[in-house]
Design a protein around this ligand. Structure first.
Ligand code: 5GP
Ligand code: MG
Ligand code: MG
Length: 176
């Protein structure tokens, strides 16, 4: 069961120009500093790869994988780190690069886990935001697009691991 692709929300060129704008904002805010980018696997791989190519200040990138157990389309409150960072973030200006903030549970827990490691700063950059679904409040410094309460795939986001390869972001009907 791979569901059915319905409406395209953002095509390739809309995504490209928004990602470039986010990069420009980040460059301005972090001028004179180094960024420690944290790519949250796996959904953020495509976004992170595109975003970092717009970053002009020195940046290092590490990956982390946190899993939130739940159904295919909704996360739960219990978050486990499946793969941790290689590098200590103490004193660093950490920028979390996330695909989508939905309930906010996964990111809330991840931020808690990283805060106790005493970064100099900790900010969130997410491509997509589904504010209507929020359970945990999240301070989002950089947001690509706000979207309605629809399950989306493409540009890194999956349904049962499929569709990450789509160059656009589309609504998916899981029962279609
Ligand atoms: P949250 O904990 O904020 O509810 O969701 C965390 C994770 O659930 C996201 O990082 C993403 O991997 C997944 N997720 C939430 N909403 C969607 C969606 O609309 N489409 C896809 N493919 N994944 C989603
Ligand atoms: Mg994610
Ligand atoms: Mg997923």
């Amino acid at each position: 069961m791979r569901g059915k692709i319905t409406d395209i929300l953002f095509d390739e060129s809309q995504i490209n120009s928004r990602v470039a704008e986010l990069g420009a904002e980040i460059n301005a805010d972090y001028a004179g500093r180094d960024i420690f980018g944290v790519c949250l696997l796996k959904g953020s791989i495509i976004f992170c790869a595109d975003l970092v190519r717009h970053i002009k200040v020195p940046i290092r990138v590490d990956v982390m994988r946190a899993s939130s157990y739940g159904s295919n389309t909704e996360s739960s409150g219990s978050v486990k780190i499946l793969q941790d960072l290689d590098i200590d973030i103490a004193g660093k200006d950490v920028l979390i690069i996330e695909d989508i903030v939905d309930t906010g549970r996964t990111l809330h827990k991840t931020l808690e886990l990283l805060t106790v490691r005493h970064p100099n700063s900790l900010k969130v950059c997410t491509l997509l935001d589904k504010p209507s679904r929020r359970v945990e409040e999240i301070d989002i410094a950089y947001r690509g697009f706000s979207i309605p309460d629809k399950f989306v795939v493409g540009y890194g986001l999956d349904f049962d691991e499929y569709y990450r390869n789509l160059p656009y972001i589309s609504v998916l009907d899981p029962n279609g």
